[in-house]
Design a protein around this ligand. Structure first.
Ligand SMILES: C[S@@+](CC[C@H](N)C(=O)[O-])C[C@H]1O[C@@H](n2cnc3c(N)ncnc32)[C@H](O)[C@@H]1O
Length: 268
């Protein structure tokens, strides 16, 4: 499988460009998580801190949150926000999900937004989630669905595919690796979870125009590896080709692109 995901460490300072766009997914996850006062909560693959920071702001120190991310610069960006906002009872640490430095049965809640399918070893990461949750502890995780339901990455994949080596193509297979029917269910079962539910949801990326969208893609460096592998003469053709794919998604509210994702939630 092409595992050429972005170099999260090097784009940590730019990842916030995407945060407002995926905020609706955070709301669905926090609803599913059902956090209550006194809970100890872990957010895995916490990136620049969302949705853990939103939860911390809402619960005002009544819950204790730890975010972990394998990319140290991501955890540093999130931790900087904690300090700037003087948020209580929340911290971010660099740590791989596959090897959590926490005791068995130590968290009441676990969440992850678009992290699990990117773990180097999603099964081991899921086993760790199961291990650190207390009996009866609740989890809520979001993963992307299938390639066809994820237009933006699919467009980039198609535009780059024939222009750069296979192993450098946008990581469509990895990002959608838990999206096919039954795959996430199998993973969670193997990790030890029972009686959970998996539901498909849709949210919409919204940009004022195609240029607004593609400027965000370029400014966030999310496709940096692909651009670095591309001959300079081809740069403009990528933008033009993706613009063609996007043409059916122009509305009176700008460019509106539906994306499907799955939310799994349940108890240990
Ligand atoms: C798509 S970002 C999502 C960030 C954040 N959860 C959000 O929704 O804004 C995926 C994150 O997972 C992290 N990640 C990838 N593999 C990981 C692993 N094995 N353990 C922990 N974090 C990992 C990346 O560094 C990156 O910050």
């Amino acid at each position: 499988m092409n595992t050429n995901q972005p170099d999260w460490a090097s784009i940590a300072e730019k990842f916030d460009l995407w945060i407002p766009h995926i905020a609706p997914v955070g709301e669905i996850l926090l609803d599913a998580l059902q956090a209550k006062a006194g809970d100890r909560i872990i957010d895995l693959g916490s990136g620049t801190g969302e949705p853990a920071l939103t939860l911390a702001r809402r619960m005002q120190g009544k819950v204790d949150i730890t975010g972990i991310d394998s990319a140290e610069p991501m955890a540093a960006v999130a931790q900087r926000k904690v300090e700037e906002e003087k948020l209580k009872n929340i911290r971010f640490q660099a740590m791989p999900a596959e090897k959590l430095e926490f005791e068995d049965n130590s968290f009441d809640r676990a969440l992850s937004r678009f992290g699990v399918m990117l773990f180097e070893d999603p099964l081991q990461g899921s086993r760790e989630i199961h291990r650190v949750l207390k009996p009866g502890g609740r989890f809520a995780i979001a993963v992307w669905s299938t390639p066809k339901t994820m237009p933006t990455l699919h467009w980039s994949y198609q535009a780059f595919r024939d222009r750069i080596p296979d192993e450098l193509a946008p990581p469509l297979a990895r990002v959608t690796s838990l999206g096919a029917p039954g795959v996430l269910e199998d993973l969670l079962q193997q990790a030890g979870f029972r009686g959970f539910e998996v539901r498909a949801h849709t949210f919409h990326y919204q940009f004022s125009s195609f240029d607004d969208y593609w400027d965000t893609v370029e400014a966030s460096d999310i496709l940096k590896q692909q651009y670095d592998a591309l001959p300079d003469s081809e740069r403009a053709s990528i933008r033009d080709e993706v613009a063609l794919f996007a043409k059916d998604f122009h509305t009176e509210n700008g460019l509106v692109i539906p994306h499907e994702y799955l939310v799994a939630c349940g108890h240990k």
